[in-house]
Design a protein around this ligand. Structure first.
Ligand SMILES: NC(=O)c1ccc[n+]([C@@H]2O[C@H](COP(=O)([O-])OP(=O)(O)OC[C@H]3O[C@@H](n4cnc5c(N)ncnc54)[C@H](O)[C@@H]3O)[C@@H](O)[C@H]2O)c1
Length: 248
């Protein structure tokens, strides 16, 4: 995809889909800055990429906090001198039943999954404006499309919010040539499913027409395309990567 040393910030990049995206963008030629609330793991993950010969660094950041987001972006720009691609990937799932969701859980899920996209994008704008090919890529979800199955309404609402926010940012930022798109993964095999029983996972798998759960690499391939020069005329797209689980 030829990212040619462009600088990509990936949030929630210590593991799972975020790490797969960081790894893929690095293989495409980007310099990658990994951020995650898990300080130890994000350092180790960045070191793994650096050991493989890529330009990579990692930092602890809670993307739901404005001061933490400001510090994260300052460190990325300090480290690599510019910022071209922002991947808003950090996210959490709380699978509580509707009747049992405490308001604090609702607030946390909305803060980590939705407010963070606003905060990181807003703080990145001054740097993206200077980029030759600026990109924002947000992680929504199949749940944001159709309300979710085994997930909870807080998660679905947050991911629906990411879809609307992506449209709004795409409209607002087009004048700066910043493209803003979202990926809507179906159920993807990562630690986010760690509390799901084998039966729940099988129910989810059985709903996928292509017959398997998604892999982080399936989602990373979509991010690679949206980050590429070839996607320069694509903005406001919801890219569904879900094995046919939802067709819009
Ligand atoms: N796995 C799926 O089935 C699936 C489906 C649709 C969408 N998604 C979305 O993809 C993204 C990645 O999910 P995943 O499956 O890789 O999950 P994961 O749990 O494997 O990884 C999420 C990462 O985000 C980090 N994180 C959590 N809170 C954070 C915070 N406040 N600040 C910074 N980092 C934080 C975690 O430490 C972790 O490293 C999420 O936005 C998720 O909602 C996942």
């Amino acid at each position: 995809m030829g990212l040619d040393k462009r600088v990509a910030l990936v949030t929630g990049a210590a593991k799972g889909i975020g790490f797969a995206i960081a790894d893929r963008l690095a293989r495409d030629g980007a310099r990658v800055f990994l951020a995650d609330i898990d300080a130890g793991l994000v350092k180790a993950s960045a070191e793994k990429l650096a050991a493989a010969g890529f330009e990579a660094d990692g930092v602890e950041a809670d993307v739901s906090s404005l001061p933490a987001v400001q510090a994260m972006i300052a460190k990325a720009v300090e480290r690599f001198g510019q910022l071209d691609i922002v991947v808003n990937n950090a996210g959490i799932l709380r699978a509580s039943r509707l009747e049992e969701i405490p308001p604090e859980e609702w607030d946390l899920v909305l803060a980590v999954n939705l407010k963070s996209v606003f905060l990181v994008s807003q703080q990145a704008i001054p740097h993206l404006k200077k980029s030759a090919a600026p990109r924002i890529i947000n992680l929504s979800s199949n749940s944001g499309r159709m309300g979710g199955f085994e997930t909870s309404v807080s998660y679905a609402a947050s991911k629906g919010g990411v879809i609307a926010l992506t449209y709004a940012l795409a409209s607002q930022l087009a004048k700066f040539k910043i493209t803003v798109n979202a990926i809507c993964p179906g159920t993807t095999d990562t630690d986010i499913l760690k509390d799901f029983s084998a039966e729940a996972r099988e129910r989810l798998r059985a709903r996928v027409p292509l017959g398997r759960l998604g892999l982080p690499a399936d989602i990373a391939a979509a991010a690679s395309y949206l980050a590429s020069a070839e996607a320069g005329f694509v903005t406001g797209l919801m890219l569904d990567i879900n094995g046919g689980m939802w067709m819009g």
